[in-house]
Design a protein around this ligand. Structure first.
Ligand code: PMP
Length: 363
């Protein structure tokens, strides 16, 4: 007998497959499926990354000190309460493993970010998905779902894959309605794209509450998805816990250098946000003119809603034949939708033309 027995909750998880970038037989690929920054990495970040090649025999700074200082200076935060990770996924996993586990519940909204579900089950938590209102997290529903075993609530704001935003006052009302022994994780992976003037990605609430964490990433607007670099801003009590379980050299040296350089790249954020707002609008308008419903989004992607799963599937196949990769949403319970990342002007134009032709030809 040599059969091994992993924890049963692990076997309920479907492996996460992301980053598809090839279609057999198609030469030119336009990848708009992973919400990567339209402009790629900032040039200074690429140089900083490459410059570290001659130091690859050295372990990185295990505390990412210079990077945490650069993040702190840029966002007005205390570096002593910033933790960096191998993508924000790693930090989400630490939080869920530390505060969740067998016998506990993790609450998320029905179409919240999928990693909360996967990691929650990996940790042994019971994952509760709360229905949304108009694809937006429902604070009353979340509060009503809380039970004595609830230990963690995860909220992506704005949310992937829906693109929807919960106003500050609603996020504060959520925190105020949760018991003190429940960790609220505010995942602000797309915060930089939000143009609402008073939007708080979570910094103020982390400072005010003592049991809230904000996670961020360099994978989106800073174009460093391939480097795997995320960070979190935490109250002291959570820092103490995460510090005990974090891998000793979890962020590699070229990624640390690239992150510092990306933050210093002048005008990068402004240029990227302006492009995103302009082309999210233009592409959405083109699809709506073609007869496709578009869900309003605060992110660098949006949901195109074809009204029926078969139609979304046909549209996906039509795009793929033309080398255009977007994200099918069946695994998210939104099979009638495709999630489309806002790419360069040229990429957006190609998608708009292809989907207009698809709808015109009776798609
Ligand atoms: N949170 C959300 C809402 C995301 O969409 C993503 C990326 N898909 C992540 C976290 C993870 O990002 P990363 O691990 O690349 O920092």
């Amino acid at each position: 007998m040599n059969a091994l027995n992993p924890r049963p909750s692990i076997l309920s998880i479907e492996p996460y497959i992301g980053g598809e970038s090839k279609i057999p037989g198609v030469n030119r690929i336009v990848k708009l499926s992973s919400n990567e920054g339209a402009f790629g990495p900032p040039p200074a970040a690429m140089e900083a990354y490459a410059a570290l090649a001659k130091e690859l025999h050295r372990y990185p700074d295990g505390n990412a000190t210079a990077l945490r200082e650069a993040i702190g200076a840029r966002f007005g935060l205390d570096p002593a309460r910033i933790v960096c990770g191998n993508g924000s996924d790693e930090l989400l996993a630490y939080l869920i493993l530390a505060y969740g586990g067998e016998g506990t519940e993790l609450i998320m909204s029905a179409h919240g970010f999928t990693m909360y579900d996967l990691t929650g089950r990996y940790a042994g938590c019971q994952v509760i998905k709360v229905p949304e209102k108009n694809l937006t997290a429902d604070v009353d529903g979340i509060l009503a779902a809380v039970g004595p075993r609830t230990r963690i609530v995860c909220l992506a704001n704005p949310n992937n894959p829906t693109g929807t935003l919960l106003p500050n006052a609603e996020v504060r009302r959520l925190r105020a309605g949760l018991r003190g022994d429940i960790l609220l994780v505010l995942d602000a992976a797309y915060a930089e794209y939000v143009t609402e003037p008073d939007f708080d990605p979570g910094q103020a609430l982390v400072d005010a509450s003592g049991n809230t964490v904000m996670t961020r990433t360099f994978s989106k607007i800073f174009g460093l998805g391939g480097a795997r670099l995320g960070w979190a801003y935490m109250p002291k009590q959570v820092m103490d816990v995460v510090g005990r379980i974090r891998g000793p050299f979890n962020v590699n040296a070229p990624a640390q250098a690239a992150g510092i350089a990306a933050l210093a790249e002048k005008g990068w954020l402004e240029k990227s946000v302006a492009h995103n707002t302009e082309w999210r609008g233009k592409l959405s308008a083109a699809l709506e003119a073609a007869g496709i419903k578009v869900w309003p989004s605060h992110c660098n992607f949006f949901l195109a809603d074809f009204g029926a799963p078969e139609k979304a599937k046909a549209a996906d196949a039509y795009l793929r034949q033309r080398g255009l990769i977007v994200r099918a949403m069946g695994a998210y319970g939104l099979a009638q939708c495709l999630r489309i990342t806002v790419g360069t002007a040229e990429e957006c134009t190609l998608v708009a033309e292809a989907l207009t032709a698809f709808m015109r030809d009776g798609g």
